[in-house]
Write a protein that binds this ligand. Sequence first.
Ligand code: PGA
Length: 240
Amino acid sequence: MNIILCDNYDDASQKAYKLLLEELKRNSSAVLGLPTGSTPLGLYKFMTDGFSEGDFSYEDIVTFNLDEYAGLSRDDPNSYFKFMMDNLFRALDVKIENINIPSGLGELEENCRIYDKKLEEAGGIDIQILGIGRNGHIGFNEPGTPFELTTHIAELSTHTREDNSRFFTSLDEVPTKAVTLGVKSIMNARKIILIAVGNEKADALYNTIHGPVTLDCPSSILQMHPDITLFLDGAAGSRL
Ligand code: PGA
């Protein structure tokens, strides 16, 4: 694991962007795995600003998002589809047909198999960007989720629903399920870039880096990944 301690969130986002940009310039048709949440917003701003300044064209990039809430349509204000359009895709030249986000509507099991097939046909993920939950979840792979799963339906933990309730009007409105890439799908990525900031992530980071590899902390499996770089602020890295 390559661990980079950064001055603050902006610095972590900028350093992550620099590494991502180097990789994209090496492979301009890369398959990019993308997260939602608060953490990637800084990186997404560097990506969109960089695009405006001519850093890179995303026209041949293919994207696969980590997850989507069950039961929300694409235009729901809280759907991850909408989040990605608003915070990243609309400001880049990525082709709409190259954007993949699991569907949280209809036959969810079928949606999972379709997503796995699409990812396989695309040749797997070249660069996976990750955030991390305070319980060590990656994607919506909560503690206890078997490491060998690919795309599947996840039950969201109380922790996660509480953390994400800030985006909804009440906790009751937070979906209880999601469609998510599995840990196996994430571990198959050729390169992983993880960003984490804030005190509330410090235990998760300690367990990710120093803890035993255990289902109790899904992110601990990342110790086994051959090419992962973590960009942390001082608070997230405070227990290391
Ligand atoms: P956050 O979520 O970026 O909003 O903290 C991270 C995650 O749950 O993976």
